[in-house]
Write a protein that binds this ligand. Structure first.
Ligand code: DMJ
Length: 607
């Protein structure tokens, strides 16, 4: 054994000693002997060796190039990811990337039908592991959310969309600065307000940020959901509002981002809302305490609101679909089944139903506005959600539209504007809430899915009226409620009572304009939407950040800020405006997605 080389160490107190059995040939000697061997070879031998080396080098290059092509580069990953929007739904995209991944992950979820609590946690951990192995986003872990590809139609593509994104950023800025983590921003007092204490604005905004390509904001919101969204909370929440905003928002964020954190939170929330269904009739109680699980009727009366108990179905059914646990779907299907069994007038329903008796309140108002609206919307959308398989829902929807045509649709005396009135204790009232303006959009989707041409005709007429509710006002913004003049041709079409002049930044009209533009291509709807957007900019924007609902749409000098930015302004109004101005009809395709009543897109299932 010969100690030979001493390597100089970076520090004096460290010496590395290499030992060898043979003394190695000094480098210069080795080189000399190689040259000697080469010189001894004939010319032919040398040529053969060179040729072999050349062929070897070329094969090496070829193999390396092949390997590089196998690896997905960033661009490919992004555009595949991005097919979520234009062409396909998430499941399909995941199938393309990892043919066995989605089936397996879903299989695991479906295998855990009766699991709750700890078992369920364990289950999510298993899925997490699986996703980690496959390089997918992880359930509940701190993951990089995949970035949408702006070139594929996400993020603003034109000046109008850019303006809407700027509006969103302005709203977000105020919320972030003064109300972060709270339900809503009070933009004038630069403070926060809480309703349920669930960060409503954050959750309502998740999918809007995703489609607008605001990824920094999305990730910031995601971190809040992960670290600060506490669902075990001693607070009474309204089942409907929490379902459409929070459950719907989480499920939609899950679909767009493929981030299991959102599904995990959605499941926990679903479980905490479930006690509402423990009523004698199975019509859910309106409220529940998220911590104790104590459910009860509203504080102000004995009855649940009909539209509320019938507008939670899309979300609970989707939750079952994703988790494989049928309990959520069974609960809401039972509600629907019960409502279907009750007697109705021409398919129309009264606005109150009792959770103990299961009966409609006798003589309650019939309206497509407040407390009635989304019952009709969800009849159609549930039929769409399951790939048009539950025809009973479609038939009830069609019967209801016929009932409206017969009992509620009338025209103004002066200009023949069609509107939808109400039946109050059996008598017609020419009153229409702005909330009714969701209906043109719903009618247009129904027609797109094969329902009668008269539905589209009515949709166009009603959309015109809804727009007129904006255009007729000095601010260009609609009042909360309008009365229509059906008797006197010498009077204006629309009358607004002093108590109804407020505007809450509601989405229904721009929602319908989006559907009608998408489905007819008529640019008129975009022009109307742009005018409405400009009016929001002019009269509701608050300096420094945020938008505020206003007290009077009739007063341009003093529209009176009400100091409240509703979460649906970010979740719905700005989202529908962004979609209205999209040039890409495949962005959140209406053949792939159904929007819940809070504008959260949920995938249409394949039958
Ligand atoms: C939203 O919460 C939903 O659109 C609901 O269906 C009706 N009210 C508001 C928006 O106006």
């Amino acid at each position: 054994m010969y100690p030979v080389y001493y390597e100089s160490a970076p520090r004096r107190d460290f010496i590395s000693v290499m030992v060898s059995k043979e003394p190695p040939e000094p480098p210069s000697k080795r080189r000399q002997s190689c040259r000697r061997v080469w010189n001894r070879l004939s010319r032919l031998q040398r040529t053969i060796i060179c040729a072999i080396l050349l062929v070897g080098a070329m094969s090496g290059l070829y193999i390396a190039n092949g390997l590089m092509n196998e690896l997905p580069d960033d661009k490919d990953t992004l555009s595949q990811r991005h097919n979520v929007f234009p062409n396909d739904n998430v499941v399909h995209v995941m199938d393309q990337r990892h043919p066995d991944k989605d089936t397996k992950a879903n299989q695991r979820l479906h295998d855990n039908d009766d699991k709750d609590g700890e078992d369920q946690k364990l289950h999510f951990e298993q899925v997490n592991e699986e996703k980690k192995t496959k390089g997918q986003s992880q359930v509940g872990a701190d993951v990089q959310v995949q970035v949408p590809n702006m070139e594929d139609g996400v993020g603003p593509q034109n000046a109008q969309q850019k303006a809407v994104v700027e509006a969103f950023k302005h709203a977000w800025k105020g919320y972030k600065q003064y109300a972060w983590g709270h339900d809503e921003l009070k933009p004038i007092s630069k403070a926060a307000s809480d309703w349920f204490g669930l960060g409503l604005t954050i959750i309502d905004s998740l999918d809007t940020m995703w489609i607008m390509g605001l990824m920094e904001e999305f990730e910031e919101a995601r971190r809040w959901v992960e670290k600060d969204l506490v669902l075990k909370k001693n607070v009474d929440v309204n089942l409907f509002e929490t379902t459409i905003r929070v459950l719907g928002g989480l499920l939609s964020a899950f679909h767009l981002s493929n981030d299991g954190l959102f599904l995990e939170k959605a499941r926990e929330l679903g479980d905490r809302l479930m006690p509402c269904f423990n009523s004698p009739s199975k019509i859910p109680y309106s409220d529940v305490n998220l911590d104790t699980g104590k459910a009860h009727p509203p504080r102000w009366g004995p009855d649940s609101t009909t539209s509320e108990v019938t507008s939670i179905q899309l979300e609970f059914r989707e939750l079952s679909h994703q988790t494989g646990n049928d309990k959520y779907k069974n609960a809401v299907d039972e509600v629907m089944g019960h409502i279907q069994s009750l007697p109705k007038e021409n398919g129309l329903i009264p606005i109150f139903v009792n959770a103990r008796s299961g009966q409609f309140r006798a003589g309650a108002t019939i309206t497509v506005g407040a407390r009635g609206d989304s019952y009709y919307e969800y009849l159609l959308k549930q039929w769409l959600q399951t790939g048009k398989t539950e025809d009973k829902l479609r038939d009830e929807y069609v019967a209801a539209i016929e009932g409206m045509q017969k009992n509620l649709v009338k025209s103004t005396a002066a200009n023949g504007l069609k509107f939808i009135g109400e039946l109050v204790r059996g008598s017609f009232s020419p009153k229409m809430d702005h909330l009714v303006c969701f209906l043109p959009g719903t009618l247009a989707i129904g027609h797109h899915n094969g329902l009668d041409a008269s539905h589209l005709e009515l949709a166009k007429e009603l959309a015109k009226t809804c727009y007129q509710m904006y255009a007729d006002m000095p601010t260009g913004l609609s009042p909360e409620i309008a009365y229509f003049n059906i008797n006197n041709p010498g009077k204006p079409d629309i009358e607004v009572k002093n108590a109804d002049t407020h505007n809450l930044l509601r989405p229904e009209t721009v929602e319908s304009l989006f559907y009608l533009y998408r489905l007819t291509g008529d640019k008129q709807y975009r022009d109307w939407g742009w005018k409405i957007f400009q009016a929001f900019e002019k009269y509701t924007k608050v300096q420094g950040g945020g938008y505020s609902s206003i007290g009077s749409v009739k007063d341009t000098k003093n529209p009176r800020f009400r100091d409240k930015m509703e979460s649906f302004f970010l979740g719905e109004t700005l989202k529908y405006l962004f979609l209205l101005f999209s040039d890409d009809p495949t962005l959140l395709s209406l053949d792939k997605y159904v929007f819940n009543t809070e504008a959260h897109p949920l995938p249409i299932w394949r039958p």
